[in-house]
Design a protein around this ligand. Structure first.
Ligand code: ZN
Length: 169
């Protein structure tokens, strides 16, 4: 097992779309373990492959208090969504920034586990929010893309005082 480096905005690799996983082999198993170990080295509840510079369509989450209930979603697809709410989010790849994003409260998701077996799950509350946040990463999106324009402007002017025009996203 190994800790993976977490990329930070505006690294262009965070903007790449992940590619479907076809080979459910030992290499994938090792990658999932590394992704989980990296997640557990932080205080975050979810981590996606693009955040460690990997193009595979993989995300992991653990919302348990004891950090002993890993969830692995490979090639996830959201079915239905219902009940929308405003949620305050942050992201390991956008350090020091929090913002309110509209997310579905409940959703159904289909995905594969690390051995390739398909499963369907219904998620609600923070579970649902976390999955939507991580699935955004798989599409090359960040939660700051979803903030209202005024909020984006505020971040541009106040969170990067020396970075104006340098490495702009
Ligand atoms: Zn994130």
């Amino acid at each position: 097992m190994a800790l993976l480096d977490i990329l930070e905005h505006p690294d262009p690799r965070l903007r790449l779309r992940a590619e479907p996983v076809a080979a459910f082999d030992e290499t994938l198993g090792r990658f999932v373990e590394d992704l989980l170990e990296t997640l557990y080295s932080t205080d975050a509840i979810g981590l996606s492959a693009p955040q460690v510079g990997d193009r595979r369509n993989v995300l992991v989450m653990d919302l348990s208090e004891t950090r002993t209930t890993p969830e692995v979603y490979i090639n996830p697809e959201i079915g239905s969504k219902s009940g929308f709410g405003l949620v305050e989010e942050s992201c390991l790849s956008v350090p020091g920034v929090t913002g309110n994003v509209v997310r579905a409260v409940t959703l159904s998701v289909s995905a594969q586990d690390r051995s390739g077996t398909f499963f369907d799950r219904e998620l609600t509350g923070m579970h649902s929010v976390c999955l939507q946040h991580e699935m955004d990463h798989l599409e090359g999106k960040l939660f700051i893309d979803r903030l209202p324009m005024l909020e984006k402007l505020r971040l541009r002017f106040f969170s990067r005082p020396t970075g104006l025009g340098v490495g702009a996203s």
